[in-house]
Ligand binder design. Structure first.
Ligand code: SAH
Length: 362
């Protein structure tokens, strides 16, 4: 049994069962044994590979979208460039290589990396060593100085804690994690109930056993960002795997060495994520005062942004095996049965601002 599993067990024995959100926060963020504190999850040797680690084209195309967003904003001469949860810093390194083609953008930008893990901060600083902007690290989005905003977040919201509610004969009860008689972690239900008003009417009357997830932590960040954009102008691009309309379903998942794992089996050793509810995320940004444009699938976003053209340019004159690798990356990023459909891209902006390659209507 891992040290973290022992400590979680001891805490439940002393204080009672944990919410799924508490369990997720401990597993991912525990300062000593949390997943992001101790692991190197993102590369080929880790538990999963994220889009920026698949190909430089991903960060480059996001960079290009942000350059055109800066134009749409009227080229502010001072703005806050922000990435939430930068992982190894790969996306931002690729982004900044493209951005360096517009010296006025670089001159106007102040780079803020919002990252809680000290270990990942060191890796991000290394990756960006010698890049055109020096990062300032922030613990939370709220710590980013006020001003016009250009923000990106890839696979950030899926790591924020969710709550789960189980439909019972007695209404929606919060799912909790307790201990069996043998001292193993197990799911149960608590007394906390979801008020009927928190359940969208569009869900109808789900059967007993259905699970409904809420993401107050993700929504709170999106609302803050929406408020900042409403007040100072800006654009935020959120990329994550998730669903476009609120629905029931258990999306909490653990990945351990590239394989699906029981979510209670390896706390702190397995990556733990949940699918993002983009309807709720867009509503939160809108509550903050910003406009959420209609989300695109990652495949559509990348293809509209010129993925195929970029791949062609990148592969031109390269040996056959490198061209093959580029073609393979295009598949992985954009094909509907790979990341193309599951991942969604949401753009949030101040009213009326057209953002390439999104449709301008919400
Ligand atoms: N964007 C990267 C990494 C995604 S993993 C990529 O695409 O490769 C999630 C990232 O968010 C990690 O860097 C993790 O340390 C960070 N993170 C998780 N929870 C966070 C929080 N509450 N505040 C800030 N960063 C967080």
């Amino acid at each position: 049994m891992s040290a973290l599993k022992d400590r979680i067990g001891a805490r439940i024995a002393a204080e009672g069962p944990l919410s799924v959100a508490q369990y997720m926060s401990i597993c991912l963020g525990d300062p000593k044994d949390g997943y992001y504190t101790t692991r190197e999850p993102f590369g080929a040797d880790g538990d999963f590979i994220t889009a920026p680690e698949i190909s430089q084209m991903f960060g480059e195309l996001i960079g290009a979208a942000c350059l055109s967003a800066w134009d749409a904003l009227g080229c502010p001469t001072r703005f806050e460039l922000v990435e939430l949860g930068p992982g190894r810093g790969t996306l931002m390194a690729d982004f900044l290589r493209v951005a360096a083609l517009r010296p006025a953008f670089i001159q106007a930008a102040r780079l803020n990396l919002v990252e809680t893990s000290p270990r990942l901060r060191r890796i991000q600083a290394d990756t960006l060593h010698g890049a055109s902007l020096e990062p300032a690290f922030r613990d939370r989005f709220q710590d980013v100085p006020a001003g016009p905003l250009i923000l990106v977040a890839n696979e950030f919201f899926d790591a924020l804690p969710i709550h789960q509610f189980l439909r019972t004969a007695d209404g929606w009860r919060e799912r909790r994690i307790g201990l069996t008689a043998q001292g193993d972690l197990t799911f149960g239900i608590g007394t906390a109930a979801l008020p009927a008003t928190a359940v969208p009417a569009s869900l109808g009357s789900p059967p007993e056993g259905a699970i409904l997830e809420t993401q107050p932590a993700a929504n709170a960040v999106a609302e803050e960002i929406g408020a900042r954009i409403a007040g100072h102008g800006g654009v935020a691009i959120f990329i994550d795997y998730g669903y476009l309309k609120t629905a029931t379903g258990d999306t909490l998942q653990a990945l351990y060495r590239h394989d699906r794992d029981d979510v209670l089996a390896h706390p702190g050793e397995a990556d733990l994520t949940a699918h993002v509810n983009f309807e709720a995320l867009a509503a939160a940004a809108t509550r903050g005062g910003a406009t959420a444009l209609a989300p695109l699938t990652q495949g559509d976003f990348l293809l509209r942004s010129g993925l195929l053209e970029r791949a062609g340019a990148l592969g031109a004159g390269k040996p056959h095996d490198e061209q093959e690798a580029i073609r393979d990356a295009v598949e992985r990023l954009a094909a509907p049965d790979r990341m193309g459909d599951l991942f969604k891209v949401l753009a949030v902006t101040n009213s009326g601002l057209p953002i390439t390659p999104f449709d301008s209507a919400p």
